[in-house]
Design a protein around this ligand. Structure first.
Ligand code: ATP
Ligand code: MG
Length: 383
C-alpha cells in the first residue's frame, strides 16, 4: 500500500506547525521540540497522540503553554487520521493525599477546563483515567518488568524524597511507581507521540525503555515506544521562585496564574512577580531568572509572535521599566486566556454535558485499551 501524503496550509505554518515527527516521514529523535519552520508536504502513517493532566487544581499558565494549548493545536492541525486521546489522570492525583470531596470537584472542574480550552469530544477522546481499569492492569504487568533502581533515580522522586527524613515510612509505593502508571497510560493507547512539558521528559524516556524491554522479553512489537513532544514553552517558572517550575500543587497561590484568574488578579500576580533591581530589560535565564521568565511568558503567550526568539524580543523591550514590562506581560496574558475564562464558566455549570462527555470518552478509551490488553495478556501468557 502506498504511504499517505499529507498537506498543511500556510495558515497552519503561521500559527504553529506540527513537529516533523507528527507530519514528517524522516526518522526523528525520541524527544522533539516543536518548531515553526517545517516542511509543508509530508508522508506519514496514522499517529496517536496521548497526554494527561492531573485533576489537582485549576490548570495554570504553565500547563497551558507547556501542554494544553498544544493539545488543542493538534486537534485542529494534525492529519485527519490522527487519533487524539486526552486523560484526566486522577489515579496519579492520589499519589499524594487528597481530600475526597475536593478531588471530585477538581475532576469536574478539570473536565470543564479541557472543554473550555477548545477540546471537542467528537474529535478527541477525553476521559477520566480511573474509568478505564486497563490503565492500572497494564501498570501491574509493567511493574513486573520495571527496575526499582531506575525508578529511584527519577528526578521527581528524588525531589520529593529529599526533604523526608524517615523516608521508608512516609513515602508511599505509589509515588515511587508513578512513572510505571504513566508508562501504562501512554502504552495502553498505543500512543506514537506524547506532548508534555519538560518535567515529564524523563518519565517518557522510562516508558520507552519499558516498552522496548517488554517487546524484547516477550517478542514482537506488542508495545509502541512513544516519541516525546516538548512544547517550546517547555518550563514556565514560578512567579515567586523563578528557579522552580510553576505548579498546581505549590502552596503559594501567587506563584501561578490560573486559567480562571480575573484580569485584575492576573495584573496583581504579575506585578508582584519576583524580578531583580538591575537597570533595563535583558534576557538572561541564568543571571536574571525572574525577568527572563516574564519575557518567556510574553514570548510564548503571543499566538503570533513577531519575534524569532526571546533575545530578539528582549532587545525591543530593553528600555522599558520593570513596571512597563510587567504591564506588557499582563496585557498579553489576559488577551491570550480571557476566552478560556469565559467558556469555562459556561461548561462548569452544565453537569449533564460534562457527564455525557465523560461517558463518551470512557467508551472510546475502553475500546482503545482493550486492543492492547488482549495483545499484552496473550504475549505474557495470561490468556
Ligand atoms: P502538580 O503540581 O499537581 O504536579 P503540575 O502543575 O505539575 O501539577 P501536571 O498535571 O503534573 O501539572 O502536568 C500537566 C502537564 O503540564 C504536563 O505535560 C506537564 O509537563 C505540564 N507542565 C506542568 N507544569 C509546567 C510548567 N511550569 N511549564 C510547562 N509545562 C508544565
Ligand atoms: Mg506535575
Amino acid at each position: 500500500m502506498l504511504p499517505r501524503v499529507r498537506h498543511i496550509g500556510r495558515d497552519t505554518l503561521r500559527q504553529w506547525s506540527l513537529a516533523e515527527s507528527i507530519l514528517g516521514s524522516r526518522r526523528v529523535p525520541s524527544q522533539t521540540v516543536w518548531s515553526r519552520d517545517q516542511s509543508t508536504t509530508v508522508t506519514t502513517p496514522p499517529k496517536t497522540i496521548f497526554s494527561g493532566i492531573q485533576p489537582t487544581g485549576v490548570p495554570h499558565l504553565g500547563n497551558y503553554l507547556g501542554a494544553l494549548r498544544q493539545w488543542v493545536t493538534l486537534q485542529s492541525e494534525a492529519a485527519k487520521d490522527t487519533t487524539l486521546v486526552y486523560s484526566l489522570v486522577d489515579l496519579h492525583a492520589i499519589t499524594v493525599q487528597q481530600d475526597p470531596k475536593q478531588l471530585q470537584q477538581w475532576k469536574k472542574e478539570s473536565l470543564a477546563m479541557l472543554l473550555a480550552i477548545g477540546l471537542d469530544p467528537n474529535k478527541s477522546t477525553i476521559f477520566h483515567q480511573s474509568d478505564i481499569p486497563a490503565h492500572a492492569e497494564l501498570m501491574w504487568i509493567l511493574s513486573c518488568q520495571a527496575s526499582t533502581g531506575y525508578l529511584g533515580r527519577m528526578t521527581q522522586w528524588k525531589d520529593k524524597t529529599a526533604n523526608e527524613k524517615d523516608s521508608s515510612k512516609k513515602l508511599k509505593l505509589g509515588l515511587l511507581s508513578y512513572p510505571v502508571l504513566q508508562a501504562a497510560d501512554v502504552l495502553v493507547h498505543r500512543a506514537t507521540h506524547v506532548p508534555v512539558g519538560h518535567d515529564q521528559a524523563q518519565h517518557l524516556e522510562f516508558a520507552r525503555e519499558l516498552a522496548n524491554g517488554f517487546n524484547h522479553t516477550f517478542g514482537g512489537d506488542v508495545l509502541i515506544p512513544p516519541e516525546t513532544l516538548i512544547s517550546p514553552a517547555r518550563r514556565v517558572m514560578s512567579l515567586k521562585d523563578p528557579m522552580a517550575k510553576m505548579s498546581k500543587s505549590h502552596p503559594n497561590p501567587n506563584s501561578r496564574i490560573l486559567l480562571t484568574d480575573s484580569e485584575e488578579t492576573i495584573r496583581r500576580k504579575i506585578k508582584a512577580a519576583v524580578t531583580d533591581s538591575m537597570d533595563g530589560i535583558t534576557y538572561d535565564p541564568e543571571g536574571r531568572p525572574g525577568v527572563s521568565n516574564l519575557i518567556d511568558i510574553l514570548y510564548h503567550s503571543d499566538a503570533h509572535p513577531a519575534y524569532s526568539s526571546q533575545d530578539e524580543l528582549a532587545k525591543d523591550l530593553a528600555d522599558l521599566s520593570m513596571r512597563e514590562l510587567k504591564d506588557r506581560v499582563a496585557d498579553t496574558v489576559e488577551t491570550s486566556i480571557k476566552h478560556i475564562r469565559a467558556s469555562y464558566a459556561h461548561f462548569l455549570h452544565d453537569n449533564d454535558h460534562l457527564d455525557s462527555v465523560a461517558a463518551q470518552g470512557a467508551e472510546k478509551a475502553a475500546k482503545s485499551a482493550a486492543i492492547t490488553m488482549k495483545a499484552v495478556k496473550s504475549a505474557v501468557g495470561l490468556s
